[in-house]
Ligand binder design. Structure first.
Ligand code: ATP
Ligand code: MG
Length: 498
C-alpha cells in the first residue's frame, strides 16, 4: 500500500439511520489499491450496513463515496458492480444450482455471438479465470454438485470476471474447513497481487491477523480506529470493539457428575450416521469435534427428531424413549440450537419478543392464558443476558444484525428451560463480548445439573469448554478424549480419520 497515492475508495461522513438506531454515524474511511482491510466490531456495530452501502444495496442518508477521486452520493448495485468493480461475497451464495460453473460466472454478463449465448467461449473464459486463481474445476459442472468451498470460489470467480477492483467478504470462512480456509487465503493473496482491494469482515480475530494489512474497528455505528495489523494485538482490538476490558480465556468450571442424562446406543440413519453410541452426564459439557461434513449436525438433528433414524436406543435419565418429532424432543426436555439459524431458527416476520418466547408458552402462561407481563420479563432478561442489540423487544427480527438474530435463537432455546441442550456452533457469527456471556451461561446451566452437547469448529473453544470430547469422521465416532488428554493435534487426527 502506498500512503501517498489517492485512495481507490474514500468514504466521507456516511450516515445511515433506521427507526430507533443510527446504524452508521459519520463514517470516514479510506481504502487503498491492493490492500487487505479488515473491519471488525460487535454484533450490530454497523459492518453489514456499511458493506451494503458500498455495493449500492442501500442508500446512505448523508455523506459521499469517492471512487478514484470522484464523489458519488449513491449508486445502484449494477453501477457498483459493472462501472466501479465493487463486488461482495455474502454468507449465502446467490448461485443458480442447476446451471454450470461458467453459466453462473457469466450470469447477467453472458458472452454473445450473433445474439446467441456462446457457451464454448464462456467455458473457455471461465477456465481461464479459474486457472488465474489457481483452481481446477470443470466449468461445465452444475454448481449444485460442488462443495460449499467451491461454490464460494465460483462466487469469487464471478467477481473477478467482472473486473473486480474492490472485493468485499462478509464472514467468508464460516462454512469452510481448515484446509479450505488456507486455500481461501491463498486466493486472496493472488487477488491482492493483482491489485484488488479486499475488505474482509470476520468475528474470528485470528483471521484478521492472518491476512489483513490494516484493520478498522466499528462500535455502535461509529468508526473507532484504523490500525496497521502489525502494530496492534488481539487484546487491543477486543477492548476497542467492546469498549471494556475482557479476558479471552474460558471461565473455570467446577461441576463434576457421573449420573447419566442422555444415553444414545447404536444410532444409525439412512444417510451418513453409523452406529453412534455415547452418554451425556448431568453437569457435563460433552464436546463434539470433527470437520465440516463429518455428520455432527446430522447427529444432533437426528437425536432431536428432526431427521429420520433407521435404528437407535435412546435413554433419558435411564428410561427408554422414542423421539420421532422435535415437539416430542422438547416435551422430553431436549433443546436444539440449530447451526443454520436462518433456515431453522428464526421466524423473521415476528418480533424479537415473540421469537424468544415462541417455544416456551407454558412458562409464560397460566391455565392457557398468556400473561403479558411475564412475557416481557422473560424476554427482557434474555435481551440483557445476551446483549441483544435492539431498540425494543417489538422490533421485527429480520431487521436485526446477523449476529443479533443468532442471539435471539439462542435466547429462545434457553428460555424453554431444557435439561439437555444440543448446541450446534452456538458462537458462530457472534462477537467476542457475547461469546464470553455464552460461555458463562453454559457454566451456569451445567452447574444446575443440565447436560450440554457442544458442537464447535472453533478448536480453542472446543478444547476450552468441553469436559470430554468425542470426535467424528464420515458419520462415525473415531475417538474420545478427556479434557486432560485433548489437544488440537489429537482432535484433528481423529477428525481426519487417521
Ligand atoms: N433493515 C433494517 N431495518 C431496521 N434496522 C436495521 C436494518 N438493518 C440493520 N439495522 C440495524 O442497524 C444496526 C447495524 O446492523 P448491521 O447489520 O450493520 O450490524 P453488523 O455489524 O453487521 O452486525 P453482525 O456482526 O451481527 O452481523 C443494528 O442495530 C440493526 O438492528
Ligand atoms: Mg453483519
Amino acid at each position: 500500500m502506498n500512503k501517498s497515492s489517492v485512495p481507490i475508495l474514500s468514504v466521507k461522513n456516511i450516515v445511515k439511520k433506521y427507526p430507533g438506531v443510527t446504524a452508521l454515524n459519520r463514517i470516514n474511511l479510506d481504502f487503498f489499491k491492493g490492500e487487505i482491510h479488515s473491519i471488525c466490531g460487535e454484533n450490530g456495530a454497523g459492518k453489514s450496513t456499511f458493506i451494503k452501502i458500498l455495493t449500492g444495496a442501500i442508500k446512505p442518508d448523508e455523506g459521499t463515496i469517492e471512487i478514484d477521486g470522484v464523489p458519488h452520493s449513491s449508486f445502484s448495485p449494477y453501477e457498483a458492480m459493472f462501472r466501479f468493480g465493487i463486488a461482495a461475497i455474502y454468507q449465502e451464495y446467490y448461485l443458480i444450482p442447476y446451471l454450470s460453473v461458467a453459466e453462473n460466472i457469466f450470469m447477467g454478463n453472458e458472452i454473445l455471438r450473433n445474439r446467441f449465448i456462446d457457451v464454448k467461449a464462456m467455458n473457455q473464459k471461465a477456465k481461464e479465470t479459474l486457472s488465474l486463481l489457481g483452481i481446477d474445476i470443470d466449468p461445465k459442472m452444475p454448481v449444485e454438485f460442488l462443495s460449499v468451498a467451491y461454490q464460494q470460489i465460483v462466487e469469487i470467480s464471478k467477481a473477478v470476471s467482472h473486473n473486480v477492483k474492490i472485493l468485499i467478504m462478509d464472514e467468508p470462512t464460516s462454512p469452510l474447513t481448515t484446509n479450505e480456509v488456507k486455500n481461501l487465503y491463498k486466493l486472496i493473496g493472488i487477488l491482492k497481487n493483482q491489485g484488488v482491494t479486499i475488505i474482509y469482515i470476520s468475528h474470528i480475530l485470528s483471521e484478521l491477523f492472518d491476512i489483513s494489512d490494516r484493520v478498522s474497528v466499528f462500535r455502535d455505528g461509529k468508526h473507532v480506529r484504523t490500525m496497521k495489523t502489525k502494530k496492534t494485538n488481539k487484546q487491543e482490538l477486543i477492548s476497542l470493539m467492546v469498549g471494556r476490558e475482557l479476558s479471552e480465556s474460558y471461565p473455570e468450571r467446577t461441576t463434576k457428575s457421573s449420573t447419566s442424562l442422555l444415553e444414545i446406543t447404536r444410532l444409525s440413519t439412512p444417510g451418513l450416521l453409523k452406529n453412534i453410541s455415547f452418554t451425556l452426564h448431568r453437569g457435563e459439557v460433552l464436546g463434539l469435534g470433527g470437520l465440516v461434513g463429518a455428520g455432527r449436525t446430522e447427529l444432533v438433528r437426528a437425536i432431536f427428531g428432526a431427521d429420520p433414524i433407521s435404528s437407535v436406543n435412546i435413554k433419558i435419565k435411564g428410561k427408554s424413549v422414542t423421539i420421532n418429532h422435535p415437539e416430542k424432543a422438547i416435551k422430553l426436555g431436549l433443546g436444539l440450537i440449530p447451526e443454520d439459524r436462518k433456515q431453522h431458527g428464526i421466524i423473521s416476520e415476528l418480533s424479537v419478543k415473540e421469537n424468544i418466547l415462541y417455544s416456551s408458552f407454558p412458562q409464560v402462561s397460566l391455565c392457557g392464558f398468556i400473561i403479558p407481563k411475564r412475557l416481557s420479563r422473560v424476554a427482557e432478561k434474555f435481551k440483557k443476558l445476551l446483549r441483544i442489540v435492539t431498540p425494543n423487544l417489538e422490533k421485527i427480527v429480520k431487521e436485526l444484525s446477523g449476529g443479533n438474530q443468532q442471539k435471539v435463537v439462542l435466547a429462545r432455546c434457553l428460555a424453554t428451560n431444557s435439561e439437555i441442550i444440543l448446541f450446534d456452533e452456538p458462537t458462530r457469527g457472534i462477537d467476542v463480548g457475547a461469546k464470553q456471556e455464552i460461555y458463562e451461561l453454559i457454566n451456569k446451566l451445567v452447574a444446575k445439573g443440565k447436560g450440554i452437547l457442544f458442537i464447535s469448529s472453533d478448536m480453542p473453544e472446543l478444547l476450552g469448554m468441553s469436559d470430554r470430547i468425542i470426535v467424528m469422521h464420515e458419520g462415525r465416532i473415531t475417538g474420545e478424549l478427556t479434557k486432560e488428554e485433548a489437544t488440537q493435534e489429537k482432535v484433528l487426527k481423529l477428525a481426519s480419520g487417521e
